[in-house]
Design a protein. Sequence first.
Length: 287
Amino acid sequence: MTIDPQIPQVPAAPVPSGPVARRHVGKVVLITGAARGIGRAQAVRFAAEGADIIAMDICRDLPTTGYPGSTPEDLAETAWLVEAQGRRAVAIEVDVTDFDALAAAVNRGVGELGRLDVVSANAGMTTAAPAWEIDVATWRATIDNNLNGAFYTAKATIPTMLEQGTGGAIVFTSSVAGLTALPMIADYVAAKHGVTGLAKALANELGARRIRVNSVHPYGVNTALNPPDLREAMLTRPDLDPLLYPTLPDGRSEPEDIAAAVVWICSDEARHITGIQLPVDLGRTNR
C-alpha cells in the first residue's frame, strides 16, 4: 500500500545494490501476488540468492479497487526476471480467494519444481473510506483477498512442507495496519490484524516441525497498490494526518526494501526467529 503524507521530504537513500548472499540455493519459494511490486521484488531477490520460484497472481482488475490490477504480461515479466538470474520459474494465474484453484496451483508448482521450502503469502489489495461508509461488498472483498487468501495459501502449502519433513519458512505480508489503526482503511486494518494473528498462531503450531512463521509489516511502499481515494478521504480529516507520518524522511519504501527483509527472515540466518512481527516501516510504529 502506498501512503503519501504531506510531510517535508529529503532525498531517499538509494536501495542497496551489488553482490547478494546465496542463502537460498536449492530451495523452492512460492510467492502470491508475484506479478509486480513487493511480490516481484521478492521473486527476483530469492532467485538472486539461488531459489527457484513458483510465482502466482490473479492478473486482472479487482472490482472494488480504484487502481488497475496486475496483468498476465506482468506475471510473465516476473518469470523472465527470475530466469534471468539463472533460476527456474513456474508462473501461474490464480485467485487466492478460490481455495480449490489455489490448491491445484500449488500442486502444479510443486510438481514441476520438486519441493517447497518457503511460502510468502503476499497477495493483497486495499480501498479507502471512513469505516461506516465502506459498503458490504467492499468489506467482504478486502477480507477475502487479504485475510482469507492468506489463510488459504497457508492451508494449501503446509501439508507439503509437513510431508517433506525438512522444516521451512512461511512469511505473511501484513502491514503497519496490522499493528496499529491507520485511518480510512478500516477493512484493510481488520484484515491485516487478522493476518498478524494467523501468523502468530501458526508459529506456535508449526514450531515443533521446524517450520518458522513470521509476518513483515511495511508502511508506505512505492507500488501500484495505491487507492486514489485515500488522499481525498484524508483531506476531510486533517486531524488524522499525524497518524500517517513515519519517522525516517524517505516518505515511502521501495519494494526491494521489503523483499530484503523477507528474504532474510526466511533464511537460515534467522533460524531461531519465529512468531515475530517485523516492521519495515520507516519508524512508523515507533511513533
